[in-house]
Design a protein around this ligand. Structure first.
Ligand code: ATR
Length: 291
C-alpha cells in the first residue's frame, strides 16, 4: 500500500511513455515486498528535474533518451566507465550528492557471460550509437577483440579508435574475421520494420553466438535466421532485464530474478497497447533520417 513511507523511483526521458522500466521495476519492488513505486517522468528541463531529485529527496532515477549524456554535467560524481562511455542511465542520490552510473554495459556483458568467456574472443559489433558505445566499452573491459561496422563511417571510426578496435570500412565478409560473436547494436529489425536484418543470413555460421539489442520484437529476423543456421542466440530482453537488475543492485543492494523480469517484459510486449506504437514509429523515422 502507498503510504507516507513509500519511496519514489522513476525514469526521466522524453519521450518516455513507451518506457518498459516502470513495468520492470514495479514488478521487482512488488516481489521484494518493498514499499516503493517507480514512475515515468516526461522531462522538458533536465536541470529542474535534477533539482527535483535533490529537493524531493528521491533515492534514485533511471535516465533515458535524450538525457543520458547531458545529465553528466549535473552530477557530483561519475562512475569511471560511465565517463568513458559518456552516458549515464542510473542516478543515485546519496544524501544530496548525485552519482551517475551506466548499467547498459553491465547488462550486455552479463547477458554474454552466460554463454561465452569474452577474454580474447573475436566480436563483430554492428553500430556506433549509444548502445554500441556501452557494449563496446563493456567488451573492452572484458578484453575481447572488437571489429566494428557502422552505417555512418566517421562515427564508427571514432568509436573504434576509442575502443582500440578495428574499424571495417566496408560491410565485411565475416570469413575474413571469423568472429565467435556477432552483436547487433543498431536499431535495424525494430518494430514496425520487423522484416529487416542488419546482416545477410549467409554470413551466420553454425557455432557463432548472435546477440541482438532490439527487443521489440524480441524474436528479431536476425535471431530467427541465426537459430536456423545453428547459432546460439541472446535476445534484447536479456540485456534490458539485466541492465535494470543492475540498477536495482545499485539502489537497494539486491539481485533480482532475471527470468521473472523477462516474463514481465514478454507479457508487456504482447499487450498491443504497450509500448505505444507511436514511439517505435518516431524512433524508426528518426533512425532513418540520421544518414
Ligand atoms: P541507441 O541509443 O539505441 O544506440 P542511436 O544512438 O540513435 O540509438 O544509434 C542507432 C544505431 O543504429 C547507429 O549505429 C545507427 O547508425 P548511424 O550511426 O549510421 O546512424 C544505426 N542504424 C539505425 N538505423 C539504421 C539502418 N537503417 N541501417 C544501418 N544502421 C542503422
Amino acid at each position: 500500500m502507498i503510504d507516507a513511507h513509500t519511496q519514489i523511483y522513476g525514469v526521466i526521458g522524453n519521450p518516455v511513455k513507451h518506457s518498459l522500466s516502470p513495468i520492470i521495476h514495479n514488478g521487482i519492488f512488488q516481489r521484494l515486498g518493498l514499499n516503493a513505486v517507480y514512475l515515468a517522468f516526461e522531462v522538458n528541463d533536465l536541470r529542474k528535474a535534477i533539482d527535483g531529485l535533490r529537493g524531493l529527496g528521491l533515492l534514485g532515477l533511471s535516465v533515458t533518451i535524450p538525457f543520458k549524456t547531458e545529465v553528466i554535467s549535473f552530477l557530483e560524481e561519475l562512475d569511471e566507465l560511465a565517463g568513458k562511455i559518456q552516458a549515464v542511465n542510473t542516478l543515485v542520490n546519496e544524501r544530496g550528492k548525485i552519482v551517475g552510473f551506466n548499467t547498459d554495459w553491465i547488462g550486455a556483458v552479463q547477458a554474454l557471460k552466460g554463454k561465452i568467456n569474452l577474454a580474447g574472443k573475436r566480436v563483430f559489433l554492428l553500430g556506433a550509437g549509444g548502445a554500441a558505445r556501452a557494449i563496446g566499452f563493456g567488451l573492452k573491459k572484458e578484453s575481447a577483440e572488437i571489429f566494428i561496422f557502422n552505417r555512418s563511417q566517421e562515427k564508427g571510426e571514432k568509436l573504434a579508435k576509442e575502443l582500440g578496435a578495428v574499424y571495417l570500412p566496408e560491410f565485411p565478409s565475416l570469413k575474413d574475421i571469423f568472429p565467435e560473436l556477432i552483436i547487433n547494436a543498431t536499431s535495424v529489425g525494430m518494430a514496425p520494420l520487423v522484416h529487416q536484418s542488419p546482416l545477410p543470413a549467409d554470413l551466420l555460421q553454425e557455432g557463432m553466438i548472435v546477440m541482438d539489442i532490439v527487443y521489440h520484437p524480441w524474436h528479431t529476423k536476425l535471431l530467427r535466421e541465426a537459430k536456423l543456421r545453428g547459432c546460439q542466440t541472446i535476445d534484447g530482453l536479456e540485456m534490458l532485464a539485466r541492465q535494470a537488475a543492475a540498477q536495482t543492485e545499485i539502489w537497494i543492494g539486491h539481485k533480482p530474478d532475471i527470468a521473472l523480469i523477462k516474463e514481465d517484459l514478454q507479457k508487456a510486449l504482447t499487450q498491443p497497447s504497450l509500448p505505444s506504437p507511436d514511439y517505435w514509429r518516431i524512433r524508426n523515422d528518426r533512425d532513418q533520417t540520421t544518414t
